[in-house]
Design a protein around this ligand. Structure first.
Ligand SMILES: Cc1cc2nc3c(=O)[nH]c(=O)nc-3n(C[C@H](O)[C@H](O)[C@H](O)COP(=O)(O)OP(=O)(O)OC[C@H]3O[C@@H](n4cnc5c(N)ncnc54)[C@H](O)[C@@H]3O)c2cc1C
Length: 559
């Protein structure tokens, strides 16, 4: 197994000490952030130690543990402090704030690791009878409160289901280009097993290293190369679920007119309708060739029009990621920290780019194409032609190479920022093209205004945005914001901004989430997102599959 959760930070990203992308630039990064955010100084705000976290008392006693042991056999149930702490919350900014402060709203009484679908079914039946809430957990990287281990008011306690033992690739059928894989498989393991047979799933979220197939499907996620491989519900063909008293499977056909596709009820159900035990997914031959390169536009709006044209052109690309001006400048300065001053050739190049007006309001695009070598070469040629008609300046393969090498690095930056008294959060949405730049402006303004209300006067929070998933009819917007943290009440500060931004998203026609999911955090807005009758149908499905409401209470559906 590639991922051993015991080796990971309990209150942050990756393994302790793993900050390869900052390395010895720490002082430079700190000074640069201080200047960028216009702060007199950065505070030292370390996390509490794991031993000092006051875990909420477990409500389920030892007799319950022995009943669970009887179901799974010894060694697969624990109520020890560290595993309880590790499975209490996910990886959102809100979660990390509470972990670092050692103030947990709840924690699982036991962590239970089933080994197969029958184990899952037996655990659910037992918990149903005993009135115990069950929170299914994959990698626990949810950023919307999807894995908060909390019981409902009527429950006797809560167990967290650790799916990581269920990590087998059950079958690969090359002629169908499908694979059947257990839900607890982590990204790197699953890709290694497929690669050994010449295939890829192609789902690479930024959390790839530490997230699982089950979590990807259940949060309806999107990998960085979604333009080629599709978002989770596109490559997800069918799944098997266990729910209290029943096991069920969705149909598995390449196409079917046999009524609504029940798999659509699984993808995005966030563990509230059953536990996904395995899934059949579409796989693709590993690409023979990859081409990632950079372009510059004179404005974000011009770039957005160009990527719309690209999305509608039918040119097969793997990704197009367009940064707004703030994000372009932010990463340009960050990337340059500690580097040798540019040589003469680079300075001349920059002067040329400047005189052509590309540095006044620069918007950088990373274009990625992969597949067969001939097809890649042709697609890159066609995409370059199309982009140049929109005024794009081709800046070569260097930016593409940098993006590729650092594509999983961003999250490692969050922990040092939190150590320096800063806050950093992200949120995302999507809309049709005709509304996208309007939504971008409205949400950015709402974040800026809300931050101004909860940060000291004179500070200049960084608010960055990019378009990263494109479709013929629209695209996603992904915002990142960095700001001085309110050290007295950071949760209140977080919620103030989160609420303002999400209110603006729904008021201006965006979805409450393009790929993070609903969880606890977006649940207050689900009634705005879904039609009343549609929500009633979802509730009816919940009543049918989980009448006692033990499955992941407090997520997705309003009470
Ligand atoms: C730094 C960072 C970067 C991220 N980047 C991306 C990104 O690029 N794209 C993206 O889509 N998301 C991203 N995410 C969000 C998150 O990683 C995804 O939502 C991911 O799909 C969650 O997978 P997981 O295995 O960690 O699931 P968990 O967090 O463990 O669970 C997610 C949800 O699914 C449910 N669940 C998990 N397994 C099962 C199962 N077997 N049966 C039933 N329910 C289950 C859980 O109860 C929960 O509701 C990012 C998160 C972080 C922290």
């Amino acid at each position: 197994m590639a991922v051993d959760r015991n080796e990971l930070r309990w209150n942050g990203w990756g393994k302790p000490g793993d900050q390869a992308h900052i390395g010895d630039r720490e002082n430079l990064v700190e000074a640069w952030l201080k200047e960028s955010l216009n702060l007199p100084a950065l505070s030292r705000t370390p996390s509490v130690a794991a031993e000092d976290v006051a875990l909420p008392n477990a409500r389920l006693g030892p007799s319950l543990q022995s009943s669970l042991d009887d179901i799974l056999g010894p060694g697969h149930v624990t109520g020890a402090a560290m595993p309880r702490l590790r499975r209490a919350l996910g990886q959102s900014y809100h979660d990390i704030l509470r972990l670092r402060a050692g103030s947990l709203p709840s924690a699982p009484d036991f962590i239970v690791a089933p080994g197969n679908a029958d184990d899952v079914a037996a655990i659910l039946d037992f918990c149903d009878t005993e009135g115990i809430a069950v929170v299914p957990g994959g990698g626990g990287t949810s950023v919307v409160g999807g894995v908060t281990a909390k019981a409902g008011p009527a429950h006797a306690g809560v167990v967290s289901l650790d799916m990581s033992r269920m990590n087998r690739v059950i079958s690969i059928v090359p002629e169908d280009r499908v694979a059947r894989i257990e839900a607890g498989a982590y990204g790197p393991d699953l890709e290694a097993a497929l690669a050994a047979r010449g295939f890829t799933l192609g789902h690479f979220p930024q959390s790839f290293e530490f997230s699982t197939l089950g979590g990807w499907i259940m949060h309806r996620g999107s990998g960085q190369l979604s333009a080629r491989y599709g978002r989770a519900e596109r490559w997800f063909i069918s799944g098997r679920l266990a729910a209290p008293g029943t096991q069920w499977a969705s149909e598995s056909f390449p196409g079917s007119a046999g009524g609504p596709r029940m798999g659509d009820l699984i993808a995005g159900s966030e563990g509230t309708l059953g536990v996904l035990t395995d899934a059949t997914v579409r796989i693709t031959p590993r690409p023979e060739s990859r081409d990632y390169r950079g372009f510059l536009f004179r404005s974000f709006e011009e770039g957005a029009a160009a990527v719309r044209d690209l999305a509608q052109s039918g040119i097969p690309i793997a990704m197009a990621r367009l940064s707004d001006v703030a994000e372009t400048r932010f990463y340009q300065s960050f990337g340059g920290l500690g580097k040798q001053p540019p040589n003469l050739a680079t300075r001349l190049g920059m002067a040329y780019v400047r005189t052509r007006g590309y540095l006044d309001h620069p918007a950088a695009l990373i274009l990625g194409v992969e597949g067969g070598a001939k097809q890649v070469a042709q697609s890159v040629r066609e995409a370059r032609d199309l982009l140049s008609q929109w005024g794009a300046l081709h800046i070569g393969r260097g930016p593409g190479r940098n993006w590729w090498q650092g594509r999983f690095h961003g999250p490692y930056l969050r922990d040092p920022l939190l150590d320096w008294g800063l806050g950093v959060d992200t949120l995302e949405t999507s809309a049709h093209w005709s509304n996208l730049t309007h939504l971008y402006t409205a949400v950015g303004a709402a974040i800026r205004q809300a931050l101004a209300e909860v940060t000291p006067a004179g500070t200049t929070p960084a608010i960055l945005c990019h378009i990263s998933h494109i479709y013929p009819d629209g695209a996603s917007l992904y915002f990142t914001f960095i700001f001085p943290r309110d050290l007295e009440d950071p949760v209140r500060q977080w919620w103030h901004v989160k609420k303002a931004a999400t209110d603006a998203i729904v008021a201006h026609g965006g979805t409450i989430s393009h790929h993070h999911g609903v969880g606890e955090d977006h649940r207050p807005w689900i009634e705005v997102e879904k039609d009343g009758a549609a929500l009633a149908m979802l509730r009816a499905a919940k009543r049918t599959l989980d009448p006692a409401g033990i499955l992941n209470p407090g997520k997705l559906l309003p009470d």
